[in-house]
Design a protein around this ligand. Structure first.
Ligand code: G6P
Length: 594
């Protein structure tokens, strides 16, 4: 949700900032801008994507600057609302990710003190507050301004007469990148991969001050030491590597992602992996919180953990859970979040900790906010996920959940050994789905002509139906809805007909017969039906209009192969409709506002 970057060094800042902003576009992309220190501050911004801004921008030669790519919260995407924002005299430029909740009150106060505002943004109050408090030290002025501010922020401040950048964070991510006679500040690691693999993760309340050859971190007025970390992600992982879109590349990475994630857990000791709390203190239930695709992983996790651990599991949408009053203290809480920065999920985690729950985070991002709140973190090894639509992180989250459940399972040892063997075969089963891509492309061509599509599933494949519908809507702009197959007749049946194809996710388990009945009912009402089936299921082939076949796996693992097939379906349908697949309109990958 907005990406920010700052550079100070000996090279031309403009091209570095634009390059870093491109890597941050997954955080928001409705407008963007840069400010470069030179003879005063040069600002260039517009309601365009970074590539377009780079082409139209005049050349600036300064070696210090800041940049921003926006996901609008206050004020429509426009040139005037794009960041950076300046103070009255144009001496101070600010880029901001987050929401200043008391901005109206601050703006009224500053207006009465003679400050003029030109944008509708909350951010503009920050530059004016810094101007108000500036007495010769930028860091002190930033510190004073932050005392007045309520809400969330990651900010970078540029003031040309101070040869430094000042940055601060609260509830929005921010890292310092360490270079050789140059330093960086950015929202996230992928922005900097090409320049450095040495980073410092700033924490809430930190103020970072960087010059060409120094880095200082202040907190409550005194200097502190923050550890340097080596980034494990590589430049190649954050590039398209010959694929047309990141989404397709990331779908194709899934066999390796499963191997990497499993490899990570196999190396870990028993005390590190898993919900230690369940066994150690006899806690009898698990509560999972997450948003978006991660919530669909949590819902799948409910089926996995309930089956293998025989304890009740609740999966909650974090934004709803946050307004639900009753929380059981003696529950292990699992927060699932790819980015580790989703505001609603972080809020839920804090609340759960407050009432005494042990909170386990499953995340992809080292040093993310979720890892700091959690009592324990389980990393997935998905590598950088750039496409806004989550794919490989979902699969890796499922692998983490299988591993946790199998580590503490109460089912007999022989079944666990068998499941373990099957889990290790999943990469090759997923590869077979990917190898069958051409057949899925044919279905995508067919689907691309419709405006409404239903996905239905039962049991552990019900969350798969939700996720598949979500993915199709997100990237192809087709209205799609996922339903528990048994619920269709209670309402969605009213929309069945030749214009509403239904995709039925069929598992060869106890739900099979009921699913056959549902498919017949739907066919009788005129909807075309595509069934996603295991290879060798000839019974269903007879009933439906067409089938997508996936390798046969144990039902508990079927969400993995089924989801990969449906990710490809969503991708190719969107491609057929010529959609901007990696950057769907109005969305952002990291949602750091409530
Ligand atoms: C955004 C992304 C989704 C993601 C969701 C939760 O909406 O576009 O792909 O599933 O946030 O993100 P998280 O990082 O918490 O998994």
């Amino acid at each position: 949700m907005c990406g920010i970057v700052g550079y100070i060094g000996n090279k031309r800042a403009q091209s570095i900032l634009l390059d870093c902003l491109k890597k941050l576009e997954y955080r928001g992309y409705d407008s963007c801008g840069i400010a470069i220190a030179g003879d005063g501050i040069k600002v260039y911004k517009d309601a365009v994507r970074v590539g377009t801004l780079g082409k139209s921008s005049p050349r600036f030669d300064g070696t210090t600057g800041i940049g921003h790519t926006r996901w609008a919260t206050h004020g429509a995407p426009s040139q005037v609302n794009a960041h950076p924002h300046l103070d009255c005299k144009g001496n101070i430029a600010v880029v901001h990710n987050g929401v200043i909740s008391n901005f109206q009150e601050l703006r009224n106060r500053l207006t009465s003190e003679g400050h003029d505002f030109i944008s509708e943004t909350d951010t503009e109050v920050i530059s004016h507050l810094i101007e108000k408090y500036y007495r010769g030290s930028l860091e002190e002025a930033v510190e004073s301004a932050l005392h007045d501010i309520e809400g969330s922020y990651a900010i970078i401040v540029l003031m040309p007469n101070e040869t430094k950048l000042v940055a601060a964070r609260k509830d929005s991510p921010l890292i310092i990148g360490i270079g050789d006679r140059e330093n960086f500040i950015a929202s996230d690691v992928p922005a900097l991969l090409e320049y450095t693999d040495r980073v410092i993760y700033l924490e809430d309340g930190d103020i970072g001050v960087i010059t060409t050859d120094s880095i200082r971190v202040r907190r409550d007025g005194s200097e502190i030491n923050r550890k340097e970390h080596k980034v494990l992600w590589t430049v190649a992982e954050a590039q398209k590597g010959g694929y047309e879109h990141f989404m397709l590349k990331e779908i194709h990475e899934q066999p390796q992602v499963i191997r990497n994630t499993l490899g990570e857990y196999t190396r870990m000791t028993d005390s590190v992996v898993g919900l230690a709390g369940i066994r150690d203190s006899g806690i009898g239930s698990v509560l999972m919180v997450a948003c978006g695709t991660s919530y669909h992983a949590a819902l799948t996790g409910k089926y996995i953990i309930e089956e293998l651990l025989s304890i009740p599991v609740r999966a909650e949408i974090a934004s709803e859970f946050n307004y639900y009053s009753h929380v059981l203290a003696r529950t292990v809480a699992v927060a699932i979040t790819q980015s580790g920065e989703t505001a609603d999920t972080l809020k839920a985690m804090k609340r759960l900790k407050e009432v005494g729950c042990r909170v386990v985070a499953i995340t992809n991002v080292v040093g993310s906010s979720a890892t700091r709140i959690a009592n324990q973190t389980i990393y997935i090894r998905a590598g950088p996920e750039i496409s806004v639509a989550a794919t490989k992180s979902f699969t890796a989250q499922l692998i983490a959940l299988y591993w946790i459940a199998m580590s503490y399972s109460k089912v007999d040892a022989r079944r666990i050994t068998e499941l373990n063997m099957e889990l290790r075969q999943l990469p090759s089963q997923v590869q077979r789905v990917l190898d069958d891509e051409d057949k899925i492309i044919e279905h995508a061509k067919y689907l691309s002509g419709f405006e409404d599509v239903f996905f239905i599933g039962r049991g552990i494949n019900y969350p798969v139906a939700l996720e598949a519908a979500w993915k199709l809507t997100e990237v192809s702009y087709i209205h799609a809805a996922g339903y528990a197959a048994g619920e269709m007749k209670h309402c969605p049946f009213t929309l069945l007909g030749s214009n509403t194809p239904v995709i039925a996710i069929v598992a060869k388990d106890s739900t099979y017969e009921a699913m056959l009945t549902n498919i017949k009912e739907i066919k009788a009402r005129g909807s075309p039906v595509i069934a996603l089936i295991e290879e060798g299921d000839e019974v269903i082939e007879e009933l439906v209009d067409s089938v997508i076949t996936v390798p046969r796996v144990n039902t508990i693992f079927s969400p993995v192969v089924n989801t990969v097939a449906l990710q490809l379906l969503a991708y190719y349908t969107a491609k057929e409709r010529d959609c901007p697949i990696d950057y769907p309109r109005n969305l952002a990958k990291s949602v750091t506002v409530e």
